[in-house]
Design a protein around this ligand. Structure first.
Ligand code: UDP
Ligand code: MG
Length: 314
């Protein structure tokens, strides 16, 4: 029998977990697959961990990882992949914004040979107009900056085949943006539409500052092209220098007007500033490469796995 792991990052979700279990249970009860529900407790400060432990007591399909502190949802998803035992995994939020009822459809397409079956929002209930337009603009910019195709209106709710998981596990950078990683790995993708509901209980853990952070991480982890900005700025500056230089020289030769001090100053300024900007650009390119290579810390530390103390030796 094939095994499917449902990975649920959870941070202060005491109000939603039981509701989630109630809705998830009938779906994972169907016995054509062996399901595992893997909660990643991301340093919750409320009773989340106790609730997960109680759920595990009555249902052995439930496992959990407890982080040593809050590492953020992206990292929680990574840990989920490291610990998941399934032939496929499904990422799901704890707040029931991702309807469990969609799972059979995700699985159906997986059986048809798709590796990455992602759920795309038809509607975004409970989200402000401002959030909608900013996210649309962001996707546009991100798409412009990279050659990799990016899926719009798609969150983390998706099914991934084991080989996608293995690929993602090799991408251990610390500034993570899973959306761009899902795109980057490629493989056979399939879109499934759904209505995103408002969260059932509790409060969102996001605020605009976090979203801006995520957006910047998204761009900078995807591409170093912002660093190339300096190189691009240097080119028109050089051009301006060149044109002005020709103009001044030509004037002094043709109408034999002596070169004036202010013209010499402008030329010097243009010359040195374009050299400076260019050097900045070159430095940026190298910095970008160092940045891409230097991500070596463990991404997270686990306090316990299914009730057992984790020594983090791996
Ligand atoms: N989450 C997490 N760590 C965090 C913040 C959030 O694991 O630091 C989890 C949270 O418990 C939920 C999911 O990530 O299961 C999505 O969070 P939320 O619903 O607050 O975000 P939104 O849906 O508003 O974007
Ligand atoms: Mg939510």
């Amino acid at each position: 029998m094939k095994k499917i792991s449902i990975i649920v990052p959870t941070y202060n979700e005491e109000e939603t977990l039981n509701l989630l279990y109630e809705r998830l249970n009938p779906i994972i009860d169907k016995n054509n697959y062996e399901f595992e529900v893997l909660f990643v407790n991301d340093g919750s400060k409320d009773n989340t961990l106790d609730i997960i432990r109680k759920l595990r007591e009555k249902d052995s399909r439930i496992s959990y990882i407890d982080f040593s502190r809050n590492f953020g949802k992206e990292i929680a998803m990574m840990a989920g992949m490291d610990y998941a035992k399934g032939d496929a995994i499904i990422f799901m939020d704890a707040d029931l914004q991702d309807p469990p009822e969609l799972i059979p459809e995700l699985v159906k397409y997986w059986e048809q040979g798709y590796d990455d079956v992602y759920a795309r929002r038809k509607s975004r209930q409970g989200e402000t107009f401002f959030k909608k337009i900013t996210s649309k603009a962001y996707y546009k910019i991100l798409q412009k900056l990279t050659k990799v195709e990016i899926q719009q209106d798609t969150g983390d709710f998706r099914l991934l085949d084991k080989r996608c998981v293995n690929a993602l596990k090799k991408m251990r950078e610390s500034q993570r943006n899973s959306k761009s990683m899902f795109s980057w790995i490629g493989y056979k993708k399939k879109e499934v539409l759904f209505d995103r509901e408002p969260r059932v209980a509790g409060k969102t853990k996001w605020n605009y500052m976090k979203l801006v952070d995520l957006a910047i991480d998204g761009i900078t982890s995807f591409t170093t092209s912002p660093l190339r900005l300096a190189t691009y700025v240097a080119i028109p500056t050089f051009l301006a220098l060149f044109i002005y230089f020709i103009y001044v020289i030509a004037k002094s030769i043709i109408i034999s007007e002596p070169i004036q001090a202010f013209q010499a100053i402008i030329l010097l300024i243009l010359f040195f500033s374009s050299i400076q900007i260019l050097l900045f650009g070159i430095m940026g390119e190298y910095l970008g490469r160092i940045f891409n290579e230097s991500k070596n810390r463990p991404l997270y530390l686990v306090n316990e796995y299914n009730g057992e103390k984790e020594m983090n030796e791996k």
